[in-house]
Design a protein around this ligand. Sequence first.
Ligand code: NAD
Ligand code: MG
Length: 385
Amino acid sequence: MNKPMKLTILGATGSIGTSTIDVMLRHPESFAAYALVGHKNVDLMLELASKVLPELVVMTDESAYALLEGELPKNIRLECGMAAAEAAAAHDDVDMVMAAMVGAAGLPATLAAVRAGKRVGLANKECLVTAGRLFMQAAKKYGAEVVPVDSEHAAVHQALAGHDRDSVTRIILTASGGPFRNRDPESLESVTVEEAVAHPNWSMGAKISIDSATMMNKALELIEAKWLFDAKAEQLSAIIHPQSIVHAMVEYRDGSVLAQLAMPDMRSPIVYAMQAEPRLESGIPWLELAQTQLLEFQAVDEARFPAMKLVKPVLAGEDSLAIALNAANEVANQAFQDGKIGFMAIVSTVEQVLAKTNNQAVQSLDEVWQLDADARRLANEVIKA
Ligand code: NAD
Ligand code: MG
């Protein structure tokens, strides 16, 4: 019998992290944990580590580390800080890294996994938006297989499998439209954080839930798709599909369109990223199409969702624009969560930062971090003004 695949889970205490653990525990013969990496959530990490029994737990936050000291079951080592997270991702015993931290903060550890040639399940889309070129170059150089965990991209991956890539004409990502798809645009100014986080179909972390409400999530996903599938801007689009059953479609030259369907539950793309074939049971409910009353599709209304207009020049442009879009969005999304700005100001902040950003290619990680810092500073200035 083969040995179980050993995983390091970055962002183990998050929505994707805990769903990954759920899948892992369903298949103990196939998967085991080398390391669980968390940030601040001590209680949840203690609970997860006691269930999973990894060799190592890393808390990137120092005070969380201090609180967890002496609490873990015997034989589980405890380490602290981002360098320890990077080492846990690159360790020789690790076969696969689930990249599920949130934001560009996840880039160093995810890149460490890529540089160590690991199989990388990529949920942390901000990594690819921020450093897509360097990320994919490193994957090629070090022989790392990057497999999408984002549901739309996992769907595209499945619709592309076994087909001639030059025959692809379009890649279409679906978007639910989030909680405000039908809401009067005038009233969006005053929506609360609770309303924005309450996604109709998916249960997710706060940041991505708000990104879904602004549709900045779909903007990030289009950029993510550009790098993952080596696609051109004009081949990529999004379509509103309120039921979140069809996750993406790939159109071929002969007019044939391949779609992937599943109930909206991240355990399906997660298990696919962990082992594509033979397929493993994921725990998600069966899709009963006869009971699903309707599958609807409609064009994205760019007046309602200006993020989808903003992303077009970013998709077609150089790396600096995507870095600025992501960094400004991270700052504005957090400012909204902190009650500093209204909902509509999230995308307008990103727009103003983009207007001040030069369109330039990026050659090094230092440049990435410089541009990321510039955009964060600009976003904070816009928010203060
Ligand atoms: P979440 O907020 O539930 O979890 C985030 C995880 O990252 C937590 O474990 C947290 O401890 C850790 N973290 C937060 N800030 C950190 C920091 N500064 N340094 C180190 N670790 C930090 O988020 P989530 O919904 O699980 O999303 C994780 C990633 O996956 C995001 O990039 C998101 O866009 C992507 N994603 C999520 C879903 C989903 O259904 N939740 C779907 C597709 C893609
Ligand atoms: Mg998605």
